[in-house]
Design a protein around this ligand. Structure first.
Ligand SMILES: *Cc1c(COP(=O)(O)O)cnc(C)c1O
Length: 410
């Protein structure tokens, strides 16, 4: 059927384009992974099929034993999903990628495929609340020991990683406090403890941060965020070495079934073509808006990694190419006035998503981080006066005007 047909179990190599030089990421974003059918279509095809047929029973048998590169079943892989995986792997500089049905399916599979009863996981505290539930409630029920540390405290990491550990899991920048964790430092300590380092890179996207280049072994995405970036589909992806995929992930996802749908894969595949344009523009606008808000008298504290008052500023400059598309805004007023501010916005929508072309704002304590409870929120630094702004593709002047008029109403 196609020249670049991929079997279910084979997800690389990064970058399919056959040229004599190393292509830039912007070129890979529109070219990598492309597998044309016999019709030679320009746009990538969407293969809405659950299964595949064989010319003979012998071909079927060979396909199931992995001796041919024939697709066998869309729970294992699908041509459109494979195009997405190969393109994302090329952008990330990873040997292999596995797409999943949501960011949480990716996060869960990335850790659960590696650990067994009695194994130790060490994770940073500041993280997305569903990831926290997986690590603090679900995996411990299965006999996995999980220890949390403060992600920017070297002494905490050293103590936690003085014992043999199987997985280290971190989110940087963290959602919603934008805490920055030094990935080079943590990867060295993790490897010395025998652990693999898994990084939730959702907030930065591959445009602003490349964890594999900083020593991480595995990168996890929610494609729901910047990768789709237009609020349409839910999805996820796990990237790492071929060895990680074949040793841990492949059997796990094949049999537990968190497969991404071909429709989602097609949507996100096409979205990757504009990813760097979108993220860079949103990042520039976020920086502009962060500088405006930092001066406002109703803001108690502004959290943005590329502002000098951010505790992780130096590390952020060293490992990120931009401060990101979200801003943590700690208002100088208490909850009724915080809600009044949100309710007064005329352009920016109240929504818990992020990385979208539409600017979205949320109150984490009552939405995304409601589930973890007050005590854990306090440890994560999430107060009731904190709102998280995800800056979209609107003109930054309109966003500033919207924030200004809403702040004037409280
Ligand atoms: C959204 C998000 C997730 C979960 O992704 P879903 O696609 O919603 O399942 C995990 N981690 C972080 C940091 C997120 O922002």
């Amino acid at each position: 059927m196609t020249k670049q047909h991929r079997p279910w179990g084979y997800h690389g190599p990064a970058g399919e384009a056959k040229v004599d030089w190393e292509l830039h990421p912007d070129t890979l974003a529109v070219r990598a992974g492309l597998a044309r059918s016999g019709f030679n279509e320009t746009g990538e095809a969407m293969y809405l099929t659950s299964g595949f047929t064989y010319n003979s029973a012998d071909e079927a048998a060979a396909s199931f034993s992995g001796d041919t590169d024939h697709f066998v079943y869309s729970r294992f892989n699908n041509p459109t999903v494979a195009m997405f995986e190969n393109r994302l792997a090329a952008l990330e500089g990873a040997e292999a990628a596995v797409a999943t049905a949501s960011g949480m399916a990716a996060m869960f599979a990335s850790v659960a495929s590696v650990v067994a009863k009695g194994d130790r996981v060490v994770a940073s505290f500041a993280m997305f609340s569903s990831c926290y539930v997986v690590l603090s409630e679900i995996l411990p029920r299965w006999g996995v020991e999980v220890e949390f540390v403060h992600g920017n405290e070297l002494a905490d990491w050293e103590a936690a990683l003085s014992k043999p550990t199987k997985v280290v899991f971190v989110e940087t920048p963290s959602n919603p406090m934008l805490e920055i964790i030094d990935l080079k430092m943590v990867s060295t300590l993790a490897h010395n403890a025998g652990a693999i380092l898994i990084v939730d890179n959702i907030m930065a996207s591959p445009v602003l941060q490349k964890p594999l280049e900083l020593g991480a072994d595995v990168v996890v995405y929610s494609t729901t965020k910047h990768l789709d970036g237009q609020g349409r589909t839910l999805g996820g992806a796990i990237l790492g070495s071929k060895e990680y995929v074949s040793e841990y992930l492949e059997q796990f996802v094949r049999h537990t079934g968190p497969a991404m749908s071909p429709f989602t894969a097609w949507t996100v595949l096409k979205s990757l073509e504009t990813l760097s344009m979108r993220v860079n523009r949103m990042n520039d606008s976020a920086f502009t808006i962060a500088k405006f808000l930092a001066e406002h008298k109703l803001i108690k504290q502004l959290r943005y990694p590329f502002l000098t008052n951010h505790p992780g500023h130096q590390v952020a400059l060293a490992q990120m190419s931009g401060g990101g598309t979200t801003i943590g805004i700690e208002l100088a007023v208490a909850e009724p006035a915080v809600f009044k501010f949100l309710n007064s916005l005329q352009v920016i929508d109240i929504s818990n998503n992020l990385g979208d072309s539409k600017s979205l704002i949320t109150h984490p304590a009552s939405s995304t981080h409601r589930r973890v409870g007050e005590e854990i929120r306090a440890k994560m630094g999430i107060s009731n006066s904190l709102v998280r702004l995800s800056v979209g593709l609107e003109h930054p002047a309109d966003l500033i005007q919207d924030l200004e008029q809403a702040l004037a109403k409280i």
